[in-house]
Design a protein around this ligand. Structure first.
Ligand code: MGD
Ligand code: SF4
Length: 715
């Protein structure tokens, strides 16, 4: 339907992924009628197909428009007052009977910063429950812990602009071609401009990204720790370490104690290419080639996402990747940096920076540290001792607590765990038992089915707030239309809930802009300091990168070097997250995960995204063009495996893993690797997470969605 010409253009940010593309929204009165890339934003006008169809989701007639309460197994419409009163009653009852840890908040890297900040403050400083977690646990937790351990602070040292200066790109566990297309295009432009540019791609699947690699490294699933350690070993043996950088800016550590450079080199000897190549499924020569290219290049930039983060050794992998940069001095220079790409639009700003995870407090503080709790109690003006000293339940533990009956009531906002959690059937049992309030834009999501109360949420430009993407850039989404029906912003829902729970003094701000002012003032007391990022600036500028301590500060593109306000005068590099200003190179041993192929389960299942779909597909699978492009969910085999199992495209199979069985349809593609089956998770009718293992990293608690051993049977 043609909704008429554009009457006004407005700058905004794409609703979907962590690339955080600037978009221009063409409005005809209150209707979004056109979307295009913003030439003045960091993405220079480039957006992907998902972003270009944002208007179609806004127009969906299937939006949830009124609150609903489940009565005798059926949803009936309710007023906001009825729904919120019942919610308040149930939370109060649970807390009175079983204490504050019987309630929880499960949020999202797609909520606005002001929303996550408010939920976090309300639950941790108001209700006494540290059970605040969210879907960034499923995607970014390993990167966050990795940065914090290595540099003393979360969030990356570099930025997207480094792409324009890098000579070597080391993409490991990232399918940027499909998942971060504008960044991939920027890499390709860089390659076109300089014939010395080389792209290395490490991935068990021959993805579209891998197809464009100069050097493709097809490691077997779950083994990359061997590769990175082996690269470090080669770099040490060939004297490719940047000794000047290492001596000035680096400490070595075995995970418990400091170690010497000699001891570190000794540790690496177990990873000589000849020792590990067979297990990795590649040649020793390829490992040497990649290590040499990484270290000898003028500037090397690593980019990674879920192939590294969603792993049982996710934190160790992140540590070791950072170590590669530190020992070679491929850091703190234009084009030389590690940069973990983000999956969600606001996982960085909204959840990591506000500390809306079960073990965190705002701006890099930890619940377990008394000093950090005291600092936040002062800043939030609550009595000393208000914040409970024990970290709350991380994502899997939150839903496990529902199964065991320890978590009795929870608010789930802007996320769809009944489809996105691994070992899904188990956690759904918990959703069935607990009293769930689900804030959603659609009534038919998998999680909505388990709701006792369903709250209609405002979507995207129906509300206002800040998104913070991968490179520490905060950008404003302005409200351009009223919410559909009776929908309310998640921010308004949280403020209302706070008042009803008797916490109006704590959550005293009434608008998102007032909340932002409180939060940016609080940030002054930390090394995140973005006090200078005012609402007025955000309205005018195309995002600003923190630290940004004053209103006249331009923001910080690269951290830990001059220009970063926290680097002392006279220092060329200073890792101020650590007491002595030195980053840490960790010696991290490889350990095989429990999920491995065997005679019983001879194939690996790996899961992820495809170019036209976003996460659980609740939004993008509703857009006809995007739905058509992706097709139904299915298991994709390499032709060789299809042959071995006598399968062809369209066959029906049963897949069996340690977590259960499911049925699905076969597809066959040369992009897969023999021994590895791929499936995406956007289609609710193809619930691949029923068989995906919930083994997780012991430190970050991030599940390993990339390695599940399976067997298949033709039906
Ligand atoms: P989304 O589809 O992003 O999935 O998993 P989820 O967060 O569960 O869910 C967002 C929900 O919010 C949708 O239902 C949407 O309709 C609703 N929504 C949209 N806008 C609003 C709003 O403004 N307010 C409210 N209240 N609701 C809104 C993502 C998760 O999936 C992540 S982050 C990762 S990285 C994991 N990846 C992964 C994988 O790689 N493989 C497999 N197999 N599973 C995975 N699951 C994880
Ligand atoms: Fe939106 Fe991500 Fe596509 Fe950019 S790359 S347009 S942020 S979905």
């Amino acid at each position: 339907v043609d909704e008429g010409p554009v009457k006004s253009w407005h700058k905004s940010v794409c609703r979907y992924c962590g690339t955080g593309c600037g978009v221009m929204l063409g409005m005809n009165k209150d209707k979004l009628v056109r979307v295009r890339g913003d030439q003045e934003a960091h993405n220079k006008g480039v957006i992907c197909i998902k972003g270009s169809m944002l208007d179609k989701v806004m127009k969906s007639p299937e939006r949830l428009k009124t609150p609903k309460i489940k009565k005798n197994g059926k949803f009936v419409e309710a007023s906001w007052d009825e729904a919120m009163s019942l919610m308040t009653k149930k939370f109060k009852e649970a807390m009175a009977e079983s204490g504050p840890t019987s309630v929880g908040f499960y949020g999202s890297g797609q909520l606005l910063i002001e929303e996550s900040y408010t939920a976090n403050k309300l639950f941790k400083a108001g209700l006494g429950s540290n059970n605040v977690d969210g879907n960034p646990r499923l995607c970014m937790a390993s990167a966050a812990v990795g940065y914090t351990q290595t540099f003393g602070k979360d969030e990356p040292p570099g930025a997207y602009v480094d792409i324009d200066h890098a000579e070597t790109f080391f993409l490991i566990g990232s399918n940027a071609y499909e998942c971060h297309p504008p960044l991939w295009e920027r890499i390709m432009l860089r390659k076109k401009a300089d014939k010395n540019v080389k792209i290395i791609v490490v991935d068990p699947r021959k993805t579209k990204t891998a197809e464009h690699a100069d050097i493709y490294v097809p490691v077997l699933p779950g083994k990359d720790m061997l590769l990175i350690n082996s690269m470090c070993c080669v770099i040490a043996e060939l004297d490719l370490m940047d000794m000047d950088f290492v001596q000035k800016h680096v400490n070595f550590n075995d995970g418990k104690n400091k170690m010497s450079l000699e001891e570190y080199k000794e540790f690496l000897k177990d990873y000589r290419p000849e020792k590990v190549a067979d297990e990795l499924g590649i040649t020793p020569r390829l490992i040497r080639e990649v290590a040499y290219q990484f270290a000898a290049s003028k500037a090397t930039m690593s980019l990674w996402t879920m192939g590294i983060n969603q792993r049982v050794q996710g934190v160790f992998l992140n540590n070791t990747l950072n170590s590669l940069h530190l020992i070679t001095g491929q850091i703190c220079r234009p084009g030389a940096t590690p940069l973990s790409l983000t999956g969600q639009s606001n996982a960085c700003g909204g959840v990591r920076d506000t500390g809306s995870l079960a073990h965190l407090l705002p701006n890099g503080r930890l619940i377990a540290k008394e000093q950090h709790r005291r600092e936040m109690e002062k800043l939030w003006k609550v009595p000393e001792g208000t914040i409970a000293p024990k970290p709350g339940r991380h994502a899997l533990a939150m839903f496990d607590g529902m199964v065991t009956g320890d978590v009795k009531a929870a608010l789930i906002m802007c996320t769809n765990p009944a489809q996105s959690l691994p070992n899904n059937r188990y956690y759904r049992e918990g959703m069935e038992k607990a009293f769930l309030v689900v804030s959603e834009i659609f009534a038919d999501t998998e999680t909505a089915k388990y709701a006792d109360i369903l709250l209609p949420a405002a979507l995207y430009i129906e509300k206002e707030g800040v998104y913070g993407q991968t490179e520490r850039r905060y950008q404003l989404i302005e409200k351009l239309r009223e919410p559909v029906g009776e929908a309310r912003s998640d921010f308004d829902i949280l403020v209302d809930f706070a008042n009803r729970m008797g916490k109006g003094d704590l959550i005293s701000y009434k608008t998102s802009a007032e909340c932002w002012d409180e939060y940016r003032t609080i940030s002054k007391a930390s090394k995140y300091n973005f006090y200078g990022i005012t609402r007025e600036r955000l309205k005018k500028e195309r995002g600003i990168q923190w630290p940004c301590p004053t209103v006249d500060h331009p923001g910080t593109v690269r951290r830990y070097i001059p220009g970063d306000p926290f680097v002392p005068q006279g220092k060329d590099v200073y890792f101020y997250g650590k007491p002595d200003g030195k980053a840490v190179v960790f010696a991290r041993p490889y350990k095989a995960g429990k999920e491995d192929v065997s005679a019983e389960r001879p194939l690996f299942l790996t899961t992820g995204r495809v170019i036209s779909q976003w996460h659980t597909g609740t939004m993008t699978f509703r857009v006809p063009e995007l739905k058509h492009s992706a097709g139904p969910g299915r298991f994709v085999f390499h032709p060789q495996d299809a042959g071995l199992h006598d399968l062809k495209k369209g066959d029906k199979i049963e897949v069996d893993s340690s977590r259960g069985k499911m049925q699905g349809i076969v597809d066959v593609s040369e992009h897969e690797t023999p021994g590895v089956v791929f499936a995406a998770f956007y289609d609710a009718k193809f619930m691949v997470n029923n068989v995906v293992s919930d083994d997780h990293d012991p430190i970050s608690k991030e599940p390993d969605y990339k390695v599940t051993a399976i067997s298949v049977r033709k039906l």
